[in-house]
Ligand binder design. Sequence first.
Ligand SMILES: Cc1ncc(COP(=O)(O)O)c(C=O)c1O
Length: 450
Amino acid sequence: MNDQMTSLRKRGKMNNGFDPASAAALDDRTRDFVERRARLLGPAYRLFYSNPVEFTRAEGVFLYDAEGRDYLDAYNNVVSVGHCHPKINAAISDQMGRLCTHTRYIQDGILDFAERLLDTFEDDIGHVMFTCTGSEANDLALRMAKYHTGNEGIIVTSEAYHGNSELTSGFSPSMGENTPLGTWVRRVPAPDTYRTDAEDLGAWMVDHVERQINDLQRRGQGVAAFVADSLFTSDGVFDPPPGVLAQIVERVRAAGGLFVADEVQCGFARIGSHMWGYQRHGVVPDIVSMGKPMGNGYPVAGIAVRPEVAAAFGNDMRYFNTFGGNTVAMAAAQATFDVIEEEGLQANCARVGALLEEGLQALAAGDERIGDVRGAGLYYGVEMIRDPESRAPDGARALALVNELRARRVLISATGFHGNVLKIRPQLVFRPEHVARFLEELNGAMKAVA
Ligand SMILES: Cc1ncc(COP(=O)(O)O)c(C=O)c1O
């Protein structure tokens, strides 16, 4: 890692974050915005790209800047069924015009949506609870896991991100060295399919998990939960073969802990083969947390949970979230779900994702700077390396590519500890022509970033 990356990491680095020290290089309008933001919002917010971009409107898979130029959105996991989808807009404004209230009155919308959502999970999962953000969902999941197991320890992967609250940032190591981790948190490496042989991966992961379990037990903390995003997206996007996750979960359960599947990134049809990322691994979680794409931009999130895990927590305490599960949130979530089904978006992710993967693999085959292409459905990581022998991560090149693509009006970002993995996460409504434009620009960017 070079000095600049080291210092960014210490300051709360973000892969692909704009460095305010380079503001002098911006055009007048952008610089004014950057300075105004810093003055009004303070120093904690980060912008994307070395040349931050301003958008004024959006539609489908495109965002438009102030001059009306279109940018292909190959990164958006919030407005994931298309920017400004008319059906969802109509459902939100219609509901807002009739009634918007919380969960302490009887309403059918929340029950209709709960029924529909529960149908997508295995029978063992019997309740859903609603929050506004993924952080709140994970916060609730972990409070429940701790209460149910009577244990404190949480095991996560080394670059995991699970949220921004006091509790969840405490088990989100990717926030950087200045964000304190809980003393009850233990880290294991992500299942690195690029640097570990597939047949060894399961045993290698279980060995790491086992050591952390032993340490937690020795200190009297025990294991409350293993929390994982099944595509390990902030670790650099890893797609371990089915079986690896199941082995880990078996070991965690034997130690009295739960498995919390964080589906904030890969849930809601994105992986193509299934509705939920964990479902590819033949393991049923104790708690599933969800968020981001759930309301196509409207803040709605939540957990799905086995009734026996929710029982004591719910009976001994109560849960109220003023905005979580409100009438409009449920209308937004229901309409988003309608669109996923009516437009066949899960199948679209599988079909269009296969085209994307094929194109990325073809590019990788002819370019030694790409070490690995991995992912599922419409979520891919492309790992940039210095050379095939050392496989040393090349974060600088990945960053240059991300910025070159931004100059070509294509939006992606970078992920992983070294920021050397291109993070490609198009909207679920990507079509073959969008893949073609994406690959053409990536090809051009690879040539430009020599
Ligand atoms: C895997 C994962 N979990 C949880 C969260 C937190 O969600 P939110 O930003 O809605 O609080 C995120 C957000 O990026 C995430 O990627």
